[in-house]
Design a protein around this ligand. Structure first.
Ligand code: CTP
Ligand code: MG
Length: 177
């Protein structure tokens, strides 16, 4: 159980990094440009920015490169020594994480929650779910065993809460979620 879970964590890491990086590498150039949807509320809100997307993508890719350097040649090598697979999955995981985060914010706005307002599960899960969907076309299956997957979702909620609390405490984020 532990080994598949560790591999799953290593696999998903670029998505975590891409989701976290915009807190420090984002904040400029709102994607929705302040425009409002049919319900009169913002499409995404001021927290979702182009700079955040760019920063998240670069950081997620860097995480993938770092993993390739550290893991190839060890028992935790995820892709049989193939650096290009680290890059490709890292790219898809990062893009998926960022897209999932936008989807979560879009859903929050439609529910009438303002940017930065807390929402259980919509704050923590869309990024990781869409990241995993994004790699499905590659035919990658090892990470989708039910038990490690369930554990990953629980851990993601806990880690996301903890990371955001820390980011708030250290002055990086206005709200602790
Ligand atoms: N951020 C960004 N671009 C993104 C995502 C995040 O610039 N695509 C930055 C913003 O500065 C944002 C911070 O990262 O304030 C934290 O992101 P998040 O917690 O997702 O934003 P919230 O303020 O909670 O907004 P929402 O209610 O839409 O989740
Ligand atoms: Mg949030």
């Amino acid at each position: 159980m532990l080994d598949p879970f560790v591999r799953l964590l290593l696999f998903i890491l670029p998505a975590y990094v891409a989701n976290a990086a915009p807190v420090v590498l984002g904040g400029l150039f709102p994607i929705d440009g302040g425009r409002r949807a049919w319900d009169g509320r913002p499409y995404l809100g001021s927290s979702k920015t182009w700079l955040g997307l760019a920063g998240g993508l670069v950081a997620g890719l860097l995480a993938a490169v770092l993993e390739a350097h550290l893991l190839i040649g060890t028992p935790y090598d995820l892709w049989a020594g193939q650096g290009s697979w680290y890059l490709l999955t890292g790219l898809l995981l990062s893009a998926g994480a960022l897209a999932g985060d936008l989807l979560g914010s879009f859903a929050k706005r439609r529910l009438g929650l303002g940017a930065g307002q807390a929402s259980w599960l919509l704050d923590q899960l869309p990024f990781v779910l869409v990241a995993m969907l994004a790699v499905l076309p590659l035919g990658v299956t090892f990470q989708f065993e039910p038990l490690p997957l369930a554990a990953l979702l629980v851990l993601t909620v806990v880690l996301h809460r903890a990371a955001n609390w820390l980011a708030h405490r250290s002055g990086l984020k206005k709200v602790p979620w």
